[in-house]
Design a protein around this ligand. Structure first.
Ligand code: RFL
Ligand code: PHB
Length: 400
C-alpha cells in the first residue's frame, strides 16, 4: 500500500488533518488502534476556539457544528460568594468561543471521511513506524489477522498521549517536560438543562468545580477529586450533592439533577515533548502535549498543530518546497507553550492544592499567592482582558 501521508490515530487530530489534506488532493490513510465506536465513546472537550471552528469550516465539515453549536460570548469565574464575568466578546474586540462537543465533531469528521471513501484501518494492532529519516518511511500494522505495510512520504503521529509515534523518536533526541497534578477531574454528563447559559469555573475551599454543557438539554459538570478516588466511589447522588456545595448558592438553587449518562475521572497533567518532529515524522495534538482541562486548550492546541502541518504539507505538494517542513516543530511549540502556561496558571489559581507541595511552597503559602493572583486579575478590566485573550485563543502563526 502507498499513500502520501500516513496518519497514526483516528481521533480528532488525525481525522481533521486527513479531511483537510484530502480537500487539497493529498492522499492519506489513517491507522487507528481501536474501533470507531470506541473513539466516539470518549466524552472530552466542549469548548472550541475560533481558529478551530474556522479550520472545521475549511475542511467542509461544519454543517452540524454551525447548526447545533452554541456561541459563547463569555463565562464566569466564581470565588466563594463572588462571581466575575469574563466578557470574552467585549474584552477581545468581538471574539467568542463555540460550545460543541468533541464527540460530535469527531462523528462529523468520521462521517465525512467515510462518505468520501477515504481509507481508515480501525482496530489495527502492532503499529510500528520505520525509516523515519529516509525518503520513503513506512508503517507496519496488523488488522483482522492480516499484515500490512503502508509506504508514504510523511507520517503524522496523531495517536494521543499513549501512542507509539512519540516513543519512536530516540530517547536521547527528545526532551519531555511534565507536571502531574495531585488531583483529577470527575466528569458527569446528564440529560438535564444546564444550570446556567454560560460556563462557570468555581474555586471553593472544597475544591474546584465546573458547570459546562453540550446543548440546552445536556449538561456536563466536573468536580476536582483526589487521585485516590474511583468512579465507583461517586454515586450520582453524591456527585450532585457535592456540586451543589461548590456552585454559587443562588446558582445551586437552579440545579436540575438527573441520572448520569457517563461518569469518568481524568487525571490532570501538563506535558510537552520537544521537538515535535523527527525526520519525516510529525507529532500532532496529545501525542506531543497534554494540558490540564482548566483552560479548555487541549483540543484547541491539537487544532493549531493540524493547521500548521496542513499548511506545510500543502506547500510541499503544491509548490514543491520541501524545506518548509523544518518549520513545523518551532511554530507549533511556540503556541503550545502559551497554551500550556495558560492551562497551568488557571489550574494553579482555581484548584485547592491542600497540603500538597506546589511550586516548592508549603500548601498554605501557595494558596495565598494564588488567591491574590486570581483576585488581582479579576479586579481590573485589564486583568480580565488577559484571561479573555487567551481563552478565545491566541492567533495561529503563519509560515515564513
Ligand atoms: P486523542 O483524542 O487521544 O486521539 C488519539 C487516537 O490515537 C489512537 N491511538 C493509536 N492509533 C494507532 N496506533 C496506536 N499505537 C495508537 N495509540 C493510540 C487512539 O485510539 C485515539 O483514537 O488525541 P488527539 O486526536 O490529539 O485529540 C486531543 C484531544 O482529545 C484532547 O486534547 C482534548 O480532549 C482535551 N480536552 C479539551 N480540549 C479542549 O480544547 N477544550 C476542552 O474543553 C477540553 N476539555 C479535554 C477536556 C480532555 C479531557 N480529558 C478526559 C483528558 C475535558 C476532559 C475531561
Ligand atoms: C467541557 O465542557 O467538557 C469542558 C469545558 C471547559 C473546560 C473543560 C471541559 O475548561
Amino acid at each position: 500500500m502507498k499513500t502520501k501521508i500516513a496518519i497514526i490515530g483516528g481521533g480528532p487530530s488525525g481525522l481533521l488533518l486527513g479531511q483537510l489534506l484530502s480537500k487539497q488532493g493529498i492522499s492519506n490513510v489513517i491507522v487507528e488502534r481501536v474501533a470507531g465506536d470506541y473513539v466516539l465513546g470518549r466524552i472530552r472537550a466542549g469548548i472550541l476556539e475560533q481558529g478551530f471552528v474556522d479550520l472545521v469550516r475549511e475542511a467542509g465539515v461544519a454543517t452540524n457544528m454551525d447548526a447545533a453549536g452554541g456561541v459563547h460570548d463569555g463565562f464566569e469565574i466564581s470565588v466563594g460568594d463572588r462571581r466575575v464575568r469574563i466578557d470574552l466578546k467585549a474584552l477581545t474586540g468581538g471574539k467568542t468561543v463555540m460550545c460543541y462537543g468533541q464527540l460530535e465533531i469527531t462523528k462529523d469528521l468520521m462521517d465525512a471521511r467515510s462518505a468520501s471513501g477515504l481509507e481508515t484501518y480501525y482496530e489495527s494492532s502492532q503499529v510500528s513506524l520505520h525509516d523515519l529519516k529516509a525518503d520513503s518511511p513506512f508503517v507496519l500494522f496488523e488488522q483482522g489477522g492480516e499484515q500490512f505495510r503502508l509506504e508514504c512520504d510523511y507520517i503524522a503521529g496523531c495517536d494521543g498521549f499513549h501512542g507509539v509515534s512519540r516513543k519512536t523518536i530516540p530517547l536521547e533526541l527528545r526532551t519531555e517536560h511534565e507536571r502531574v497534578y495531585p488531583f483529577g477531574w470527575l466528569g458527569l454528563l446528564s440529560d438535564t438543562p444546564p444550570v446556567s447559559h454560560e460556563l462557570i469555573y468555581c474555586k471553593t475551599e472544597r475544591g474546584f468545580a465546573l458547570a459546562s454543557m453540550r446543548s440546552e438539554t445536556r449538561s456536563r459538570y466536573y468536580l476536582q477529586v483526589p487521585l485516590t478516588d474511583t468512579v465507583e466511589d461517586w454515586s450520582d447522588e453524591a456527585f450532585w450533592d457535592e456540586l451543589k456545595k461548590r456552585l454559587p448558592e443562588d446558582i445551586a438553587l437552579n440545579l436540575v439533577t438527573g441520572p448520569s449518562i457517563e461518569k469518568s475521572i481524568a487525571p490532570l497533567r501538563s506535558f510537552i515533548c520537544e521537538p515535535m518532529q523527527y525526520g519525516n515524522l510529525f507529532l500532532v495534538g496529545d501525542a506531543a502535549h497534554i494540558v490540564p482541562p482548566t483552560g479548555a486548550k487541549g483540543l484547541n492546541l491539537a487544532a493549531s498543530d493540524v493547521s500548521t502541518l496542513y499548511k506545510i504539507l500543502t506547500r510541499v505538494y503544491k509548490q514543491g518546497d520541501k524545506a518548509c517542513i523544518h518549520q513545523y516543530s518551532e511554530i507549533a511549540l511556540r503556541r503550545v507553550w502559551n497554551g500550556e502556561r495558560f492551562s497551568w496558571w488557571m489550574s494553579n489559581m482555581l484548584h485547592n492544592f491542600g497540603e500538597t507541595n506546589a511550586g516548592g511552597l508549603d500548601g498554605d503559602t501557595f494558596m495565598r499567592f494564588m488567591e491574590s493572583e486570581l483576585n488581582y486579575y479579576l479586579s481590573s478590566e485589564y486583568g480580565r482582558g488577559i484571561i479573555a485573550e487567551q481563552y478565545v485563543g491566541l492567533p495561529y502563526e503563519k509560515l515564513t
